[in-house]
Design a protein around this ligand. Structure first.
Ligand code: EPZ
Length: 419
C-alpha cells in the first residue's frame, strides 16, 4: 500500500485541469447495459472505482475498450448477476440494478456493505423498483429483483435524509424501458443525475425534468448506442479550490463548470476568499484574514456532503469559531479524530462539528478512511508545520485522478511512497 508524505509550508500557485466526474461516470457506464449497441463515453476518469465498474460490465458479458479517457462498451448480451468479489469493493456497484432490471427484467447484486461514512441502505431504490412492478428477494447477502414486465408508476423517492442520488439514477434506468409513464417525485437534482439523464436521452429515452425534484419518464421499447462527454468533477474542483484557500497564492481550476460550484464558491467567499469566475475556470485568491463560517450540508444545490471534510480542514486554521452540520450522512466525521492528531481543536456534538480555529497544525502520521476525509488530511498537511504522513491512500485513488501529482504541479512538496 502507498502512503503520501506532505511537507507543509509551500504556497500553491498556478492552474490544473479538472477530470471527468466519478459520480457521473459510474452510473453512465452502468447505463450502457441498457442497449446491445456500442456506447462511447469520453472523459472517464482513471480511478479504481471506474476500473471496478468496467470489471463488473465485462463480468456481465459486455465488451469494453479503453483508450485513455475514452471507453467504448458493447453489451450485445448481458448476464444479470453482478460478481460479489468486485461489487463488495464498491458500494456504487448497486447502480447496475436499474439497467439490468430494465434490460433483463431481473438482476442480482451483492447488498452494499456499510462504510465509514455511515449506513448505506438501498430501501428507496427497492421501493422504486417495487412500484414499477418488480418483486425482490434478499438471499445470502445478495438482493435479487425481478419482474415479468415493468409498468410506469408515480414514485416518491424522498427519504429521511432527503433525495437519494443513486436511487434516483437506478429507478430512472429501470423506468426508461417500462411500459407507460413514470413520475419520480423527490428526485435528486445533482448535476451527475442530469448528466445521466442527458446520456439516456441520447440513447433514445424520454426523460424530462432532470435537475428538478420531479422527473417524468415516458417508457420506450428499446434504446440505441450513443456517444457522451462526462461533465467535470465538481467535488475534485471544490477540493482544489479549498486547497487554494488553505495554502494558495492564486490557484486556478480549468475545465470546470462554475454553475455546479455555486454552493462551494459561496462558502469560500463567506470565509473571505476572492473567487474569479470565467466560462470554464475559477480562481481562488487570498483576500486578507479568513473568517469563520456556519455551514450545513444539504442535497444539491445546497453545500455538498462530499466537500464537508475539506471545509473542516480549512476551518481548523481559520481564526474564530466555525460550526459545520452534516445533514446527509450524519456520521461522516472520520476526519475529525485525524485532524485533532494534527492539533485541530474541534468537538463533535451529534452531527455538528464545532471548530475553534488554531494558529497552525503540525504534521503527523494520519490514516485515510473514506475518499473525501483522506483528501481533507492531505489538504491540512499542505499548511501544517512539518511532515504529514497519510496512509491507506487507496481511498484517495478511488475518487481522485493523480491528486498528489496535481498538487505537485501547483507547487506542493508532496511525495507518494510505498508503505
Ligand atoms: C451518492 O451516493 C454519491 N456517490 C456520494 O459520493 C454522495 O456523498 C451521495 O450521493 C450524496 O450526495 C455516487 O454518486 C457514486 P444517497 P448515494 O443515496 O447515492 C440515505 C463520494 O465521496 N438513503 O444520495 O449512495 C443515505 O443513507 C461519494 O464520491 C436511504 O436512506 O447517496 C444518505 O443518508 C460518497 N435509503 C442519504 O439518503 C436509500 O435507499 C443520501 O444518500 C438510499 C439512501
Amino acid at each position: 500500500m502507498d502512503k503520501i508524505l506532505v511537507h507543509g509550508g509551500n504556497g500553491l500557485a498556478g492552474s490544473i485541469k479538472i477530470s471527468g466526474s466519478k459520480n457521473s461516470a459510474l452510473p453512465i457506464l452502468a447505463a450502457t447495459l441498457l442497449t446491445r449497441e456500442p456506447c462511447t463515453i469520453h472523459r472517464v476518469p482513471d480511478l479504481s472505482d471506474t476500473h471496478y465498474m468496467l470489471q463488473i460490465l465485462m463480468h456481465l458479458g459486455a465488451q469494453v475498450e479503453r483508450a485513455s479517457g475514452t471507453v467504448t462498451v458493447t453489451a450485445e448480451k448481458t448476464d444479470s448477476v453482478a460478481p460479489y468479489d468486485v461489487v463488495r469493493k464498491m458500494r456504487a456497484s448497486v447502480c447496475v440494478l436499474g439497467p439490468l432490471l430494465g434490460r433483463c427484467k431481473e438482476a442480482t447484486v451483492a447488498l452494499p456493505g456499510g462504510c465509514v461514512i455511515g449506513d448505506r441502505p438501498i430501501d428507496l431504490h427497492l421501493k422504486g423498483f417495487e412500484a414499477l412492478g418488480a418483486a425482490m428477494r434478499v438471499q445470502g447477502g445478495d438482493v435479487k429483483v425481478f419482474a415479468p414486465k415493468l409498468n410506469g408508476a408515480v414514485i416518491n423517492l424522498r427519504g429521511k435524509f432527503g433525495p437519494t442520488v443513486l436511487g434516483t439514477d437506478n429507478v430512472m434506468m429501470a423506468a426508461v424501458l417500462a411500459e407507460g409513464t413514470t413520475v419520480i417525485e423527490g428526485a435528486a437534482a445533482e448535476p451527475e443525475v442530469c448528466d445521466l439523464a442527458d446520456f439516456l436521452n441520447k440513447m433514445g429515452a424520454k426523460i424530462e425534468g432532470a435537475g428538478t425534484r420531479r422527473l417524468i419518464i415516458e417508457g420506450v421499447k428499446e434504446l440505441h448506442g450513443a456517444e457522451h462527454d462526462i461533465i467535470p468533477d465538481r467535488i475534485e474542483a471544490g477540493t482544489f479550490l479549498v486547497a487554494g484557500a488553505i495554502a494558495g497564492k492564486g490557484v486556478t481550476i480549468n475545465r470546470a463548470e462554475p454553475q455546479h460550484l455555486t454552493a462551494i464558491t459561496n462558502a469560500l467567499t463567506g470565509c473571505g476568499f476572492k473567487i474569479e469566475a470565467k466560462k470554464n475556470s475559477l480562481t481562488v485568491l487570498p483576500n486578507g484574514v479568513a473568517k469563520p463560517l456556519e455551514l450545513e450540508t444539504e442535497p444539491y444545490p445546497g453545500f455538498p456532503t462530499d466537500m464537508q471534510a475539506q471545509m473542516c480542514a480549512l476551518l481548523s486554521t481559520t481564526d474564530g469559531i466555525s460550526v459545520v452540520t452534516e445533514n446527509v450522512f450524519p456520521q461522516r466525521y472520520m476526519h475529525v479524530a485525524e485532524l485533532k492528531r494534527m492539533g485541530a481543536n474541534m468537538q463533535l456534538e451529534g452531527s455538528t462539528a464545532v471548530i475553534q480555529g488554531v494558529h497552525r497544525l503540525t504534521g503527523a502520521p494520519v490514516m485515510a478512511s473514506d475518499l473525501r476525509a483522506s483528501a481533507a488530511l492531505v489538504l491540512a498537511g499542505l499548511k501544517a508545520e512539518g511532515i504529514t504522513e497519510v496512509s491507506r491512500v487507496y481511498h484517495i485513488d478511488r475518487g481522485y485522478e493523480h491528486l498528489d501529482e496535481k498538487l505537485s504541479e501547483l507547487g506542493a512538496h508532496i511525495e507518494r511512497v510505498k508503505e
